[in-house]
Design a protein around this ligand. Sequence first.
Ligand SMILES: Cc1ncc(COP(=O)(O)O)c(C=O)c1O
Length: 381
Amino acid sequence: MVTETPATRPANPRFSSGPCAKNPAFTLDTLSDAALGRSHRAAIGKDKLKAAIEETREILGIPADYKIGIVPASDTGAVEMALWSMLGARGVEMLVWESFGAGWATDVTKQLGLDAVVKTADYGELPDLASIDFANDVVFTWNGTTSGVRVPNGDWIPADREGLTICDATSAAFAQALPWDKLDVTTYSWQKVLGGEAAHGMLILSPRAVERLESYTPPWPLPKIFRLTKGGKLIEGIFRGETINTPSMLAVEDYLQALAWARSVGGLEGLIARADANTKAIADFVEMRDWIDFLAHDPATLSNTSVCLKFTDDRIKDGAAFAKAVAKRLDTEGVAYDIGAYRDAPAGLRIWCGATVETADIAALMPWLDWAFEAEIAAQA
Ligand SMILES: Cc1ncc(COP(=O)(O)O)c(C=O)c1O
């Protein structure tokens, strides 16, 4: 059975998991106030960088005694800075349940050479969170972008932990509630839930993380781009917008525009509601079909940003080729770009549901999944 071509198309077919869709209020004109051709150390540049930090604090509800820095190299830069600057002081546990967490574990064990405990789970699952020894530093990804599995909350992290928690929250920040009292280091990139530009990362430090930086010097060398302290003291300027090296003021302006849009839709609560509504539109669709399912096994851990789907129909002969063909068909039709599963993840689709995506577009996409699925089943035969 080949279903008919659906009547409605998503107005915006951009469902990539990063860089994610720009927010609906974005046009290039909204960047016209960018401090282009000016020094980022001039008052105009510094003011914008400071505003980016303080508006981030306001919208995410980050405590006043936490430090927020804009750092080089997107989320990866922020995570690597934390790993290289802080680890080695005590034992380390790495939590791995998808590709990015696996990458951090490789860095820590192979590059830093630390004898870390690595707790892994298959795509779709979480490792046993009850088994973690918080006397160690614990490194984890809040939302696994490539499996669509997130930790359900921060209840599994004790308030009186001895080690630090280092959390890659890049596909969670601005879509999921982050319990700041449980997070010592948190990172994200502008290009994810806010649909900003890549290049810069955000590094958020609790007072305990700052204490670690000021009391511990790792045995390995640190390039300038990673250095957060000087003479054993935190370089405070980084956390006021005096960046380590030159940032893109165009990207900064774009981030400020995204933050203003975030406020206009109700701040964090509004952003979470938008991501939840997008995910529900997919969940309603999945529930009515017996040929598609979430990669996430437990609904309590289902991501509301990087929603990963697998095909479960017995008629499918080659799962990977089938999923690729569905994604390609939707791309060629111009109704969904970039929704193939991540290269290391199980075959399937990944549809970004973060706040910048409109629920009407997700809803409009669903009948096209029926259409592409049936067309590929027919093409196989
Ligand atoms: C969980 C996670 N960590 C890290 C990254 C890398 O982010 P960036 O390319 O912004 O450095 C990504 C990108 O998708 C991600 O999803």
